[in-house]
Design a protein around this ligand. Structure first.
Ligand SMILES: [Zn+2]
Ligand SMILES: [Zn+2]
Length: 612
């Protein structure tokens, strides 16, 4: 009994002793771009009083901003550890950790290569044209010493130049970071032909770095001007940002595939699949910039309590992504408009489209905003080997969060007769949790907020207790109060049967190009009730042989209440089934003006759209 107690006491008190920092230096080379192999060297020096027998080098399982598990260790090869010239014994102890025996040495060097050939905000790419990375996908950390200061030296190929969001001088190749978490928060571009434009706002420098793999059509000066408008609109709302310089790193990939936007403390990495010369690619780049720059406040500094320091051994779990991403989605759209880059009709059209996506989704009645946030590791571009029901059960915390923000913003404006808005909620939360709270960890200024903290700030700004509202709309799946919210600014939501053809809940598997195989059917739909199931191959509807092109038009010859014969092939036999058609369950949504609105509603709408 006593022994057990003694062990417990040690276990409880041991983590409180601060570990003496290690000296940790990274070197990054890329001598053979065609191999897609980054060459990483980590030099570690251990203080004399450190008695540990080994050092664990750990590859992150994921990295901040993308919540699906990535397992970066899968791309590590040729790991070695040495002290002076002697090889050290190492063992792989789990799927992300290389344990090196020190054998009495105080300095040692680990080297390895990492394959990278994805242009993304999460993965790295090295090829003939450039090297680009975020950090967590190529740099291992020393377990137990993530908080220690680290150095980085980059050795580019001849004639390639290095740029990132922490540049202090031209041709910089060496950086110092207060800790590993900040090392991997600095996406870096290394190549021969990126361009740099700059502008200044309120004494701070903004850089626009562009690497185009296709024609720019002379649009780069316009891009710089429009990004500056966005920067000014967002600073007008938030006040002065907490950085000296900020870098927008754009890739125009020209591969019709690579697409991303990733937020960081002093930069963002935006990847468009098209070329800058295209109008829609240009528009997407600017609106993504509006979203990502908003993250310089919301998520990177004003952050959920779980967001840093990062535990990179298991996925992050927070209930607050509908704030972190959803509110950013809302303000990204709004700022795009407030900056004068977008027409008001486009903004309202975007909101209507989001409402249609959320309200037509079967998951809107199953998954709350909080639950969606907790499901992020499964839905944020996660890859699944097992079949899932996520198409029926999962909802986007981006879009649901955007609609929660819309409703809260308009309701607060209405309840306070235009005195306050969601802008005040964001400013007050930023002030309290980031600017004014004592530092909770080595990672960053201030502390993260809990959902309860955030709900309290909303209640204070709204001037009423919002506990019940949060229970219904955030934790629950009640239909958001669109009518009340939109009426505040003289608008209303009009719902009408969808223009889209009726499907009776049938979903065709997009991956099977050979046959008309069914994917996950809509839950509780006529197709499901009629006995169809995922994996069946659809042969005929009402006696007509069907194809990818005609199956919807065949079903739409019939109307609600009709019983329609369906033949499918299942387990190499054909089966005759029938489905009873119902009312269409998909609707179009449109936001329109209420005729003859009051002067007050009109004034509130102007204040909302213009940011007052
Ligand atoms: Zn590049
Ligand atoms: Zn985002």
């Amino acid at each position: 009994m006593i022994r057990v107690l003694l062990v417990l006491a040690i276990a409880v008190f041991a983590p409180l002793q601060a570990q003496t920092p290690y000296g940790i230096g990274y070197r990054l080379a890329m001598s053979r771009p065609a191999s897609h192999l980054f060459e990483v060297t980590i030099d570690v020096s251990v203080p004399a009083n450190d008695s540990s027998g080994f050092i664990d080098f750990q590859m992150p399982k994921w990295q901040p901003g993308r919540y699906a598990v990535a397992n970066f260790a899968a791309n590590v090869q040729e790991f070695k550890a040495q002290s002076q010239t002697r090889n050290l014994v190492w063992t792989k102890i789990d799927d992300q950790t290389w344990r090196v025996q020190r054998q009495g040495n105080r300095t040692l060097t680990a080297t390895y290569k990492v394959f990278g050939n994805d242009l993304s905000g999460t993965y790295a790419q090295l090829d003939f044209g450039h090297a680009t990375y975020t950090g967590g996908e190529i740099f291992m950390y020393v377990a137990g010493h993530k908080a220690d200061p680290v150095e980085l030296h980059v050795e580019p190929p001849p004639n390639w130049r290095v740029v990132n969001g922490r540049i202090e001088r031209p041709n910089q190749r060496d950086w110092q970071y207060p800790n590993y978490d900040l090392l991997i928060d600095n996406p870096t571009e290394i190549g021969p032909d990126w361009t740099l434009d700059e502008f200044r706002v309120d004494g701070k420098t903004y850089r626009i770095v562009v690497h185009s793999r296709g024609d720019e059509g002379g649009r780069r000066p316009a891009l710089v001007r429009d990004v500056e408008k966005i920067v000014r609109a967002e600073i007008r709302m938030w006040g002065p940002p907490e950085f000296d310089s900020y870098t927008f790193l754009f890739h125009f990939a020209a591969d019709d595939r690579s697409s991303d936007g990733m937020e960081h403390l002093t930069s963002t990495h935006i990847i468009e699949p098209g070329i800058l010369a295209e109008r829609h690619t240009y528009a997407n780049a600017v609106s993504t910039a509006a979203h990502e720059f908003f993250h310089a406040w919301n998520v990177k500094r004003l952050r959920p309590v779980e967001f840093g320091p990062w535990d990179l051994t298991r996925p992050a779990a927070t209930r607050a992504l509908w704030i972190a991403e959803g509110f950013t989605q809302y303000y990204g759209m709004l700022m795009y408009y407030r900056a004068g880059v977008e027409e008001p009709e486009g903004f309202l059209q975007n909101l209507s489209d989001t409402i249609a996506t959320i309200e037509n989704s079967p998951a809107s009645k199953l998954m709350s905003a909080e639950a969606s946030s907790m499901a992020a590791p499964f839905i944020d571009t996660a890859v699944h080997r097992q079949r899932t029901n996520l198409s029926n059960t999962s909802l986007s915390y981006y879009l649901k969060g955007e609609l929660i923000a819309l409703n809260l913003d308009l309701l607060i404006r209405g309840w306070t007769r235009g005195q306050r808005s969601l802008d005040d909620v964001m400013r007050r939360a930023y002030d309290e949790f980031y600017l004014k709270s004592p530092n909770a960890s080595y990672y960053l200024k201030g502390r993260g907020y809990s959902i309860e903290d955030f709900a309290r700030v909303v209640s204070e700004v709204a001037g009423r207790d919002m506990t019940d509202w949060f229970a219904r709309y955030i934790r629950g799946v009640d239909l958001l109060p669109y009518d009340e919210a939109l009426a505040t600014v003289g608008l209303r939501l009009v719902k009408s049967p969808a223009y889209l053809p009726y499907t009776a809940g049938i979903v065709i598997d997009r991956d099977d190009r050979q046959s008309l195989r069914l994917g996950a059917l809509h839950t509780n739909s006529p197709a499901e009730r009629g006995g169809l199931q995922e994996g069946d191959v659809l042969l005929s509807i009402a006696g007509t042989n069907v194809s990818r092109e005609n199956w919807q038009s065949v079903i739409n010859r019939y109307k609600k209440g009709d019983r329609v014969a369906v033949t499918v092939r299942r387990f190499r036999r054909s089966m005759d089934l029938s489905i009873v058609l119902e009312e269409p369950d998909v609707f179009d949504y449109r936001i329109e003006e209420i005729p003859n609105v009051t002067a007050q509603a009109r004034a509130l709408r102007t204040a909302w759209l213009q940011g007052k």
